[in-house]
Design a binder for this molecule. Structure first.
Ligand code: BGC
Length: 338
């Protein structure tokens, strides 16, 4: 019988500590001090590791092979129709029923340098898994340095053409859930456009300006200020087109700040988009690792990724990984206090 035991690796540098699970290559906790030095875990997680086998909200895990939605789970690839599993209202979401978040990853190596510690995890996704073509070999590394930066490097290679877009699905509440909602957090997103979506939460293909809409976070704004205007989604659930990443180089994507605790998170990435999701369907039924129930708007996920449904949108950046190519991307979570 396969063991359901889950292993946790702890990386520690200065006053920042992170936990990484072999299940889903999940970021299970992220502890950092506030401006008075009080340390709290600022990400959503479960109080027991075995609960991650369920993880319906995708706490902290790596999602894929394709993060976000693919319409009807279907795409055309080199003249063939590829049918992926359909696990969300007729669409494919976050890699399907048994996506990468429900797989056991193999620790490949531990990194111990003067300036940083880290871990490399690997998963071999077999041809046909959740409908995806090709054997895909994926490596994700988490490296924490002494300046409060957590580097996430993603590498993947495949023996057949397949869509790939990986992300980390951590939810942040910089008060450490002392405040049960993130309405008072200030957010800045380095994006002047977003991908318009239809009623099925799929992109229409149009990139629209955020200016003059509740989606405008080009200057630091409180999340709660206009969240009530987004009644259809019960909050934010939108993909932003990052201004800086069009060149494919690392740049700041988002900045999140909790004025009460002084904790700040900056996210840097080379990805074209970021999905902003304010835990709109959390209903208080999960009591998280901080010992409090997780309710609506209890945290915010900032998921660096390719645009949703890119394989069906000719105008969006290409997301097909081909044999001989290497998928290689980086996202950094940078922790600070101010
Ligand atoms: C998506 C939401 C989805 C949620 C599931 C987010 O990344 O944007 O639409 O409901 O994941 O936890």
């Amino acid at each position: 019988m396969l063991s359901t035991e889950v292993c946790e690796y702890v990386l520690s540098r200065g006053s920042v500590r992170v936990g990484i699970l072999d299940l889903g290559a999940t970021l299970s906790f992220l502890e950092m001090p506030d401006r008075k030095g009080q340390v709290k875990n600022i990400v959503a997680g479960f109080p027991h590791r075995e609960l991650y086998w369920q993880n319906d909200y995708y706490f902290g895990c790596i999602v894929g092979r394709y993060a976000n939605r693919i319409g009807e789970g279907r795409l055309q690839l080199d003249g063939r129709v590829v049918q992926l599993s359909v696990n969300n209202d007729g669409n494919h979401l976050h890699g399907g029923f048994e996506g990468l978040h429900r797989k056991r990853w193999r620790p490949q190596s531990l990194i111990e340098r003067d300036d940083a510690s880290g871990i490399v995890l690997e998963y071999m996704s077999p041809d046909g898994e959740e409908g995806y073509p090709g054997n895909l070999r994926i490596q994700v590394s988490y490296v924490l340095d002494g300046a409060g930066r957590l580097y996430m490097d993603y590498i993947a290679v495949s023996d057949a053409a397949t869509p790939v877009s990986l992300t980390n699905h951590s939810y942040f509440n910089l008060s450490g859930f002392e405040n049960p909602v993130i309405d008072d957090h200030l957010l800045r997103i380095f994006a002047s456009r977003y991908t318009e979506k239809n009623g099925a939460n799929l992109p229409t293909g149009r990139l629209l300006p955020v200016k003059g809409t509740p989606l405008d976070f080009t200057a630091l704004r409180s999340i709660g200020e206009r969240i009530g205007q987004l009644s259809r989604d019960q909050g934010y659930d939108h993909n932003y087109v990052l201004d800086g990443s069009l060149a494919g180089e690392l740049s700041v994507a988002a900045e999140l700040y909790d004025p009460d605790s002084g904790r700040q998170l900056r996210i840097l990435t080379d990805r074209p988009g970021i999905q902003v999701y304010t835990a709109n369907w959390w209903d208080g039924s999960v009591v998280g690792s901080q010992g409090v129930p997780y309710g609506r708007h209890g945290a915010i996920a900032l998921e660096t990724q390719a645009f949703p449904d890119s394989p069906n949108q000719p105008g969006f950046p290409d997301t097909i990984l081909r044999p001989g190519e290497v998928y290689r991307t980086t996202t950094i979570f940078q922790m600070n206090t101010k």
